[in-house]
Design a protein around this ligand. Sequence first.
Ligand SMILES: Cc1ncc(COP(=O)(O)O)c(C=O)c1O
Length: 412
Amino acid sequence: MDEVFELGSKIREDFPILKRLVRGKPFVYLDSAATTQKPIQVIEAIKNYYEMFNANVHRGIYSIAEEATVAYEKAREKVAHFINARSPREIVFTRNATEAINLVMYSWGLSNVRRRDVLLTTEMEHHSNLLPWQTLSKLKGATLKFIGFNEDGFLKLEEFDKYKNKSVKLFAFTFASNVLGTINQVRELVKYAKKMGAVTIVDAAQAVPHMPVDVQQLDCDFMVFSGHKMLGPMGIGVLYGKERLLEEMKPFMVGGEMVKAVSFESSEWNDIPWKFEAGTPNVEGAIGLAAAIDYLQRLGMDTVRKHEVKLTEHALDALTRVDGITYYGPSSPEQRCGLISFNLKGIHPHDLAMFLDNEGIAIRAGHHCAMLLHNRLGITASARVSFYIYNIPSEIDLLVNNLEKIKKMLEI
Ligand SMILES: Cc1ncc(COP(=O)(O)O)c(C=O)c1O
């Protein structure tokens, strides 16, 4: 077997859930773009926290409170190192990518966007990177504009010309589309935005888990991602922001932990990043995320990416052999992240997903929180398969065999 695929087979042992049966069949999980499964190392790290040093952080004088604080702040350092941020001060823990975007919208957006400014985004965004900007444009009387995408699933870069002489305050775009799979040229897009004087926010929910990412090299102002899509637990997300911008921003939420001094009339905010982390944070989430990063770094992000490109290649090849399949996005696996959205003629994606569930195969069906994108494709829904490090080619073969079986059964 190819050594990249061998890795997938070996590490499956670390994922207890992959050993279970679903509807009496071996479980095939093809929905990692929604959330990934968790290795035993992450589960153990969380268990160890609760068994050995569960305490609130940043306040206790006693030993285990100090241990919890150290673990929480070490997790921040690990995240900073993982994406090559200049300092842990640039890493804010949030609940998820969505909350991180909302933080930027409320904190940076409300203070910096004015009437008639242009907010620019794209037609391939997840709702999490669309609705906050719709909301901000309404609150401030700004205009929300969109960069479209072409038939191959790439952004139409020529459309930037329309905004050359406009007051574009912000460009919010996805690193990798959760429907088309397209990996955008982030460095180039940041350059375009900078020329327009716009601040950039990159939705890296489908990128940071899957490939090496270096925020200094990309030079974006903000980047967001979620721990649960990269082997970590739910309820922990990350906002990366350039120190200068975070320093200028007002807190998004106020309360305990984010102040230095409080008088009857006013308060002095804590330093970054704690200024943005009001209340008791998700300590177990940060510890679990740190364990997830350790796990990914042991494999190496280059290897993670290679494995995914190979699987995507295999899947594209196998799926396109099925008569009646239309898939969306780039044809080259190198230009895609590890997911493929498709439709099979004659069957609704929801029915398809139900049939596959009967065989123990979990796939996603619907609009994947990207209605605008589906509108643009002229469809209301699609089926989506998505992969991660624990997937192996035989799972894709099983999927394709079942698609053929369904076709035969329904005579489509
Ligand atoms: C591209 C993209 N952005 C944002 C999100 C939102 O992530 P979360 O629900 O973890 O905030 C998702 C989740 O599927 C996504 O795929």
